[in-house]
Design a protein around this ligand. Sequence first.
Ligand SMILES: C[S@@+](CC[C@H](N)C(=O)[O-])C[C@H]1O[C@@H](n2cnc3c(N)ncnc32)[C@H](O)[C@@H]1O
Length: 188
Amino acid sequence: MSGAGRRRRPGYVAALVPSWIPALDGVEERLTAGARVADVGCGLGSSSVLLAEAYLRTAVTGSDYHAESIELARKKAADAGVSDRVGFEVATAQTFTGTGYDLVTMFDCLHDMGDPLAAARRVRDALSPDGTWLLVEPYAADKVEDNLNPVGRLHYSGSTFLCVPTASPSPAATPWAPRPARPRSATW
Ligand SMILES: C[S@@+](CC[C@H](N)C(=O)[O-])C[C@H]1O[C@@H](n2cnc3c(N)ncnc32)[C@H](O)[C@@H]1O
């Protein structure tokens, strides 16, 4: 198997197109007809490429504040032959460009962000009035003690010590403490 073949693929790869997109009201139809998608915090761009491969009339703009990831994402899109419809930019979730998106996606990244409320506000501004925000986060309980299982421990150690310190240099980085539990509600 080649090095690329051995590379880990995010867990959503098997679910995104067959089940998550169809679960959203009217989104599959829009993507099939041709839509504009912003994939925020896209990392290496797996989800951006996946969406472009599945929906041939749809254009995707992936963004991430980590420049080296964006460089690899561009390569991934080129290798997949979808660079004509998948663009990438180095930008934070608060500053990614564009408006009028039909769909904004965030996979496993909002919980890492220094200022998730500002990111959510930017998503609201970037969406068309009838657009959809697909937000996917690791499933976690709200109380620490309910996450003390192997998966919870993995996320607390990984997210707290690897993701959040790099993602949260800003002074705005605190009202939502770094933790892998899902936010229950927010006013945006
Ligand atoms: C766990 S990775 C998930 C990457 C990708 N969405 C995936 O599912 O493979 C979290 C990503 O969020 C990005 N990130 C964290 N804080 C960010 C911010 N404020 N603005 C943009 N990207 C951010 C990181 O650089 C990283 O690529």
